[in-house]
Design a protein around this ligand. Structure first.
Ligand SMILES: Nc1nc2c(c(=O)[nH]1)N=C([C@H](O)[C@H](O)COP(=O)(O)OP(=O)(O)OP(=O)(O)O)CN2
Ligand SMILES: [Zn+2]
Length: 141
């Protein structure tokens, strides 16, 4: 019988999430219904960061990444592109679906947050999207 190497069988994973909110308008010009009209939402987002080792000393001891540091990276996106903007104009997305916005936010944060694993965007209370890319099968957990 073959057994996994100890390093593999003991691999631990944490995923942390930091929520953010913004008010913004958008329109989906190709949509065959009401979403073709300019309309607004109270959007909710969550940035997910993963890691398999906790910081072992200092002020961030016991963390994957400080929630406050995730917020620091989100803040300029909120101020310059998301909160109280018309998303078609501010992001340059011609068709800013939840899918497109989640991917856009992911790609803005990717260079700054090495452990970034997914971005969730809730467009309404009943409609949401999770974007993830490559590294980890996020939905497989
Ligand atoms: N896959 C996607 N479908 C739709 C998107 C989207 O971004 N991705 N967006 C819209 C509209 O912009 C709309 O604002 C949200 O649609 P919907 O969930 O249908 O909105 P309602 O609040 O009317 O939904 P109910 O739960 O039925 O009240 C459309 N589709
Ligand atoms: Zn909408």
């Amino acid at each position: 019988m073959t057994s996994k190497p100890e390093s593999e069988s003991c691999l631990e994973t944490w995923i942390i999430g930091k929520e953010f909110r913004f008010e913004a308008a958008h329109q989906l010009p190709n949509h065959d219904g009401k979403c073709a009209r300019l309309h607004g939402h109270s959007w909710r987002g969550v940035v997910y960061v993963t890691g398999n080792k906790l910081i072992n000393s200092g002020v961030k001891q016991g963390m994957i990444m400080d929630y406050g540091d995730i917020s620091k990276y989100i803040k300029p996106l909120l101020e310059n592109y998301l909160d109280h903007y018309h998303l078609n104009e501010s992001t340059g997305l011609a068709n800013p679906t939840s899918e497109a916005i989640a991917k856009w936010i992911y790609e803005q944060l990717e260079p700054q947050i090495p452990g970034l694993v997914a971005v969730r965007i809730d467009e309404t209370c009943t409609s949401q999207c999770i974007y993830s890319k490559g590294k980890v099968n996020f939905l497989g957990f």
